[in-house]
Design a protein around this ligand. Sequence first.
Ligand code: SF4
Length: 470
Amino acid sequence: MGCELIKHHCGIIGVWGVPNAAELAFHGLYSLQHRGQEAAGIVSTDGNRFYRKLGMGTVTQIFSSPTVLGSLKGSGAIGHNRYSTTGASSEFNIQPLSAVLRDGPVAIGHNGNLVNTKRIRKRLQEDGAIFQSTTDSEIIIHLMARSKKEQVRDKLLEALDEIEGAFSLVLLSDHAMYAARDPHGWRPLCIGEKDGKYIFSSESCALDLLGYSYIRDVRPGELVLVDDEGLHSHQYADGSQTHHCVFELIYFSRPDSRFGGDYIDKFRRKMGKNLAEEYPDDADIVISVPDSSNTAALGYSQRSEARFEMGLIRNHYVGRTFIQPTQTMREMGVKLKFNPVGGVLKDRKVVVVEDSIVRGTTLRKLTDLIRQAGAKEVHVRVSSPPIKHPCYYGMDFPSREELIAHTRSVEEIRKTIGVDSLGYLSVEKLLDSVPHENGENYCTACFTGEYPIPVEQDEENGSKERYEDR
Ligand code: SF4
């Protein structure tokens, strides 16, 4: 997937108890930019008012002027980086979403997809609710608005009790900040601390940047509240049957982020090593499809005889702007993004490590480029199993029909991609690469088709594919 543009889900951050909370939220979002580049927003509070800035584009494009950040006052702030997984790509869907409830304003930032929203949305609409966006996150606000409970915490708990699916969320009120994770722990969310002040973040790489210490992950089924008195935890649901998204560890999360205390780098290296054991070769060199496959390729090379080389150079500025590609740019295709290093590849038997293959079309072009650069043989090794099924928990894979592995065998895929050999990491060895010490279990549905919780069927066409709101 290092060579395919697949949309991630989102990144969230929450800051409480420091005078420049919005500035910290901005820097946190900056380090979570890989989780969403379509839109971003920050909502802050000084305890009296809420301040908000949302926009389309990257974090630096939206918060380019110091006056914008300066206008986001207060010691509490939450932020959100967005790629649309549910809800169309529109300004109405930019988060954090905010609303004024009976007893004060709230704002919410959400990562993941809910799987039972159609029924809830229909019921709410029949009851008179008017939705501003097509995101499933707005449902949480509507459920809170209708709650008869007095406290924001209790309204949120009531909403959490009703929704199903993948969610890690941060919620801001005028007197506290909340973080919650679904009982399966699909999407990551961690807690950082500095001088008795707390931050919530999708990934710990944001804590490193901000100088906060990683304390722990928000537990599956846990609601954490931070106010001026400190941090308070409430286990609102049994979180012992986890289904962490294993794709976070394969591809989404940064290798310098932590999962359960260890760096993701460690698990990706193990995937590479296991891959080398399952599919050994006598190649001259191992190269990665940068950047997401770098760590797995290093692991592969450590376990095989072949040395790791930088055979592909990536242009990091492609796909990060809203400039419409010209016809010439389209014709250049994958060359615009990757350039092979001829001196490294010429006359070599090359293993290319890729973290995953979705459609396979870009990888085919990329391996053609590697051959054109003089490689004698091209062997592809994939540090995940074949992706055969769609994801309903926050990952925007294309439809089943577009997934190259949905109906093809590995040999058919090898022929389609046009390489000398192809090997995928098995599900067993993937699970062997990730931690289980604390009873962790993982979602592997996109590989196995075994969905941990059922997905709401579309009442109109009976298909699970059309999960987008109408
Ligand atoms: S289906 Fe795949 S991408 Fe989606 S949550 Fe499960 S492991 Fe992650």
